[in-house]
Ligand binder design. Structure first.
Ligand code: CP
Length: 322
């Protein structure tokens, strides 16, 4: 693996999930692997889990790690080409080139502009970073993808529904449910989740969302989609809640009422489903307190597993470098 941009960069997804679980049980098994190696984290957007889980993953591998919040710790960066830089101090080309001299792996979080769909979906900004970096690059969430989150999510599902075990088992129903939000949010978590879970044969994935919120069909093609949230929840084993802004009416918020919020009453339609969310989550907008506080909620396990799915990807890239 040279770079890690999306789930598509993984050949054997089952093996990666299995080894991530093994790393959780034995986190220090590869603690010499990162000796004298440095990982650089660059954030163009806020983060709690991604930043800290990357740091913990690097420590477990014996790596050095530094982290830069571009909006707070750096010169004001120019992101566009050909600009007369009256209002920005350093071009992204020099900034990324320099930072990649200071580490062996770069890991970067960007964000969509949610204005220009082609620009976001062609991942223009992330590709620019790839072209400037002299070292492997890990996607910590780009305009359209959040693969480390999805790996942690798949790992969490595997812990509750052991699809990796060789024993014959029943199938499992996972529902990705749109939920309300006050801000226009990216599609990255939803896109990557669908991309990841659709590769797990034992899982029947359903997407449910209001009509105007269909995901880009490159991801949703072949996945059962319903605009009836109650029908979707029936007999589900996992409910994964997430807001995303409209794809068709790009970046727009078209639905503002709370009728899609995840409630205790809706969870009663399920097969005692586990509740999942990538966090951060707005309580009583996305999901009722009573669901998030219940034993059905596994959001903390998901957050914990961010360490080990990330450790797994760092390990793969370190192996590539050695
Ligand atoms: N889930 C997730 O990516 O969290 P952060 O935005 O806090 O990193």
């Amino acid at each position: 693996m040279k770079n890690f941009f999306s789930i598509e960069d993984i050949d054997d997804l089952y093996a990666i999930i299995k080894t991530s679980i093994e790393l959780k049980n034995h986190p220090y098994d590869f603690q010499n692997c990162g000796k004298n190696k440095t990982i650089g984290l660059i954030f163009f957007n806020q983060s709690l889990r991604t930043r800290l889980s990357c740091q913990k993953a690097a420590f477990n591998l014996g790596c050095n790690i530094w982290s830069l919040d571009v909006n707070r710790d750096s010169w004001k960066l120019e992101l566009h080409d050909g600009t007369v830089m009256k209002h920005t101090q350093e071009h992204i080309k020099e900034a990324i080139s320099v930072m990649s001299l200071y580490c062996d792996i770069l890991a970067i979080r960007t964000f969509p502009n949610l204005l220009d769909r082609d620009y976001d979906y062609e991942e223009v900004f992330f590709n620019k970073i790839l072209s400037y970096s002299k070292v492997p690059v890990v996607n910590l969430e780009s305009a359209t993808m959040h693969p480390l989150q999805s790996l942690a999510d798949a790992m969490t599902i595997a812990e509750f529904f052991p699809f990796l075990s060789k024993k014959k088992k029943k199938r499992c129903k996972v529902v990705l449910s749109w939920a309300p939000h006050v801000k226009a949010l990216p599609h990255s978590v939803a896109n990557s989740f669908v991309q990841c879970l659709s590769r797990i044969e034992e899982i029947d994935l359903t997407i449910t969302c209001p009509k105007e919120y269909d995901l880009y069909e490159k991801f949703s093609k072949g996945i059962y989609t319903t605009y009836d949230q109650h029908q979707a929840f029936f007999n589900a084993d996992f409910i994964y809640a997430k807001n995303w802004s409209s794809y068709r009416h790009y970046g727009k918020i078209l639905h503002t009422s709370d009728d899609w919020m995840i409630t205790k009453k809706k969870m009663e339609l399920t097969n005692k489903a586990k509740f999942m969310h990538c966090l951060p989550v707005r309580r009583n907008i996305v999901v009722e307190d009573s669901v998030l506080n219940s034993p059905q909620s596994i959001v903390l396990q998901q957050a914990e597993n961010r360490i080990f799915s990330t450790q797994m990807i760092f390990l793969k890239l370190l192996e590539f470098l050695s």
